[in-house]
Design a protein around this ligand. Sequence first.
Ligand code: PLP
Length: 437
Amino acid sequence: INTVKSPDISREKSSALYETAKGYFPGGVNSPVRAFKSVFGSPLFIEKGDGCFVWDADGNKFIDFCCSWGPLILGHNNPVVKEHVLKAIDNGMSFGAPTALENDLASLILSNNKKIEKIRFVSSGTEAVMSAIRLARGYTKRDKILKFDGCYHGHVDSLLVKAGSGLVTFGETSSAGVPQSFAEETVVIPLNDKDAVRAAFEQFKDQIAAIIIEGIPANNGLLIQDKDFVHFLRDITKENGSLLIFDEVITGFRLGFEGAAAYYDVNPDIITYGKIIGGGMPVGAYGASAEIMGNISPEGSVYQAGTLSGNPVAMSAGIGQLSQLLKPGFYEELLSKTAGFVSDIQEFADQRGYAFKIFTIGSLFWFAFTDKDIKTAAAIDASSMQYFKVFHRELLNRGIYIGPSGYEVGFVSAAHSQAELESAKKAIFDSLDIVFL
Ligand code: PLP
């Protein structure tokens, strides 16, 4: 493919910062996805964000479609969220004792999201998922978890497991340091495949504590599942005395206030949240019926705790953010704006006959260099990522920031105005022309 480059933006300061960071952090980063492993150059160090823009250390300005990997549904430095954070900080940062702010955020969520009755706040999505898994095991008194190939649920030991070679397989660990015995408690199967789910329940009869699935799998491409498949998961878990866990760390409060559960019109047993719920501060949460949540300590025997859980500054940020999402028309506007943006790009690519497809739902999108409909991890052609690599560089050079991996989704926020989406489209068209030249 064409590798003729336009002149690169200046990256001198970012490169120097990265050299320094490599002396401090493994690989120079504090989370691997930030490293530019599969794209050109080294990570851009971001200095500030405002609305839909970010500025890097070299003063380059970008329209940002990464949005901190999802939390910033209102864009950077939203004035109301910021005001909430500042107000909370005035009173101190952490007490390790309950505050009214925890009640306020819980009330805001539970009175507007009928998919759960009780909630527990934690500090990250990973923690939420890890706790949900423990809760499912404690509640069902079973050990095995069924997960799908291509779903990411944070760096929870028992979920850092990838598919083996059969239809229904015990997982193989996907990270060093995860004991094989943990992986043996995780069954990994392909997405959107009812037969594989049935086979798993036959093979591990009365052993499966829960099925966990991302609300919409959005960590390995955007693998939108058939509604029928999701309802099938609800039914088969019920029939077998297993729980259904929806990991809505990305989709929660993004597809709508009740997330993918409402989109699919399904009632999962446990739902995990993160990202948006904290307005950019470190927050996660999990929720379920009062009956299931009654198993969590100190009410029940499933232990789960956290020094900074329900942190007042983070709770306040969450209140500032979620209260704005409840304004009438908020989601309708965000969704229609995203739909218009995506369909214009798709139309451009189609007119030129480019093998380029945008998968989209809500305000999520995934740029894929393919002409196929993709619903499973196995259907993604790894060699197509070479196109993404060029595309990514050309986008950066034209002031568009997206995650540095072709497997990652992009996010449109309420702060992306029509004018900015128009200029982003132009940059995307030009970048596509260069990729396919
Ligand atoms: N679950 C899903 C669906 C995610 O997308 C992520 C993170 O991207 C996590 C869990 C882990 O969340 P965190 O990175 O906050 O630990």
